[in-house]
Structure formats: C-alpha cells, structure tokens
Design a protein around this ligand. Structure first.
Ligand SMILES: C[S@@+](CC[C@H](N)C(=O)[O-])C[C@H]1O[C@@H](n2cnc3c(N)ncnc32)[C@H](O)[C@@H]1O
Length: 301
C-alpha cells in the first residue's frame, strides 16, 4: 500500500527526481555487497522483537525493510521521498510475500507519522544524502516510543574497484574514487563518509545508550560465497554506470578531463572483458575487490 502524504517544496522535488529509477541498481548492489550474516545481525542491534513496529527512513527499494522482515516478523513502514522507488519497493514486498509492510511518501526531516509510534526507526545510507542529517535523527527520535531504538548504517569510506594486476588502472581507480566522493558531496550538499559522525548526531538528538559497530562491505567477482548471478549483475551495474553522469561527477570532484577519459577507457575495457565470459571459471580469476567500510550505530530513546 502506498500512502502519499503532503505536497513537497521544489528542493524536495529535485531530490526525488535524482533518485528516480535508482532502486533496482541499489538493490543489486546491496545484494552483492552486504553479507547475509551482517543483515541477520541487524534485528538484534535494533533491539527488535516479533511484531514490533519499524519505520525505515529513506527506504528506497526497501532492501533494509525486507531484510529485517525476513529475519523476524515485523510491521514495517518504508518512507521515502521518491514515489518511483516506493512503487518498486511495494512490488518487491508483494513478490516476496511480506504481509505487514506499507509505504509512505514523505520527508525524513519532517515525518508525516504520529510521534512515539515506533519500536525502532532504522535507515541505510540515508544520512549521507541529506543536507541536514541532524534533522533526520531528531525526527527519528520523535517517531520512537520511549525505550525504542534508532539504527543507522552509513559509509565511513569507499574503496576503489580495479584490477590490481594493472598498475595504471589501480592508480586511476583510486583517484576516481576520491573524486567521486567529492562530486557526490557537492551534488547532494551532504557528506558520503558520514558514518563516524552518527554517534554525535545521536547524542545531540538526546538519544541514549549509543552503541557503535562496523561492517566491512566487500565485493569481489571471485567471491563464491555469493551467487554468481548477483556478482554478474553487480559487474553489469558497474559497467552501466560508466557514462556522461559518472564523468560529470568525477569532473565536479576535480579529476582532470584527460585522466577521466583514460580511466573510463581502462575501466570499460576491463569490465567488458569480464562480462564477455560471465562464467564462474572466468569470474573466479578476477582479482578485483571493492571494500566499503560502514559504521553501524544504534541508540535508545
Ligand atoms: C542512497 S539511497 C538508499 C536507499 C535504501 N535505504 C538502500 O540503502 O538501499 C537514499 C534514499 O533516500 C531517499 N531520500 C533522500 N532524501 C530524503 C528525505 N529527505 N526524506 C526521505 N527520503 C529521502 C532517496 O529518495 C533514496 O531512496
């Protein structure tokens, strides 16, 4: 069910537009990078019990909401600005057969929900895209019942993804990763590597019992512990991201045009070579690894 609440100012509409269509790409990424044992640990970190009411802020395609509900029966509301992502999430919920999940279109800094209603408020990589993450954490606190828990999972770094056997690609990929983050921050007016700030944001919002942990999200095409189909999809995603919008982002992040062109050529050729033979035998020989450190913070109202 999709409930649409309120009209949004034009800045909010612009953010919505930016995320349209991203849900599918993010879903494949999350599947490839976030390991199942980590996901299974999240209900305990959020202090959840069966039947609890959970609000997933910036739910996007609902990856976190569905991961939680797979571990433990919950009533989950996914909230996002983007109606396109929510429609996608609602379809995924129906496909997976989750019964107690609904979706609300709204702004996480001004929550269209009754105060004190939720046992837990969670978010996955939302704070890194909002200009005022403190306002989100304050709003999350308002939405919590006394004793309820806030859980946030945010990036605290980004690794490059390249072929260690090719020194030039490696150097270009590091440079591109740093430029990409600067471009991301400029585009969103936010901070990608926000993870380390979340404990302070929680304390500033008058949350208590702050617990801080970490997770190293790792993606390797050779990682046989993940289904081959997920790894192939993740590599296809990497390939699909090469284009004018990536080049604009790297340029905004200060990477010189000729370095961008060299990087794009190297990366496209390397990914195409891998995708030309999407078999376990070929993927097992790919020595590429991407590491994405995340900070996991939970705190109590
Ligand atoms: C990086 S995506 C993360 C999506 C999902 N949590 C995941 O990790 O797969 C950020 C999401 O936050 C949403 N978003 C951005 N600003 C928001 C706001 N002020 N209120 C609610 N959602 C917002 C975007 O539409 C997008 O779906």
């Amino acid at each position: 069910m999709l409930r649409t609440v309120g009209a949004f100012p034009s800045s909010v509409a612009a953010t919505t537009e930016r995320y349209r269509g991203d849900a599918e790409r993010l879903e494949a990424r999350r599947r490839a990078y976030l390991d199942p044992a980590f996901l299974a640990s999240l209900p305990a970190r959020a202090g959840l019990s069966p039947g609890d009411r959970v609000l997933d802020l910036g739910t996007g395609g609902g990856f976190l909401a569905r991961a939680l509900a797979r571990s433990i029966p919950l009533r989950v509301t996914g909230l996002d600005l983007d109606a396109g992502a929510l429609a996608w999430a609602a379809r995924a919920v129906a496909d997976e057969g989750h019964r107690w999940m609904d979706h609300v279109q709204g702004d996480a800094t001004r929550l269209p929900v009754k105060p004190g209603r939720f046992d837990a408020v969670v978010c996955l990589t939302l704070l890194c895209v909002v200009p005022d993450p403190a306002a989100v954490v304050r709003a999350a606190r308002e939405a919590l019942k006394p004793g309820g828990r806030f859980l946030a999972i945010e990036w605290s770094g980004v690794g490059s993804f390249s072929d260690p056997a090719d020194r030039e690609h490696e150097v270009l990929a590091r440079e591109a990763a740093a430029a990409w983050v600067r471009g991301f921050d400029a585009a969103h007016g936010a901070r990608h590597h926000l993870g380390g700030d979340v404990p302070a944001l929680a304390l500033d919002a008058a949350l208590d019992d702050v617990r801080v942990g970490g997770h190293l999200a790792v993606f390797s095409p050779a990682d046989r512990s993940r289904p081959l189909a997920d790894r192939v999809e993740a590599v296809r995603n990497e390939r699909a991201e090469i284009g004018p919008s990536l080049e604009r982002r790297l340029s905004t992040g200060g990477m010189p045009e000729e370095r961008i062109a060299r990087y794009v050529a190297k990366r496209s050729a390397a990914l195409d070579a891998l995708l030309a033979d999407p078999t376990e035998a070929r993927f097992a020989r790919a020595a590429w690894v991407q590491t994405l450190p995340m900070t996991v913070v939970s705190a109590k109202r």
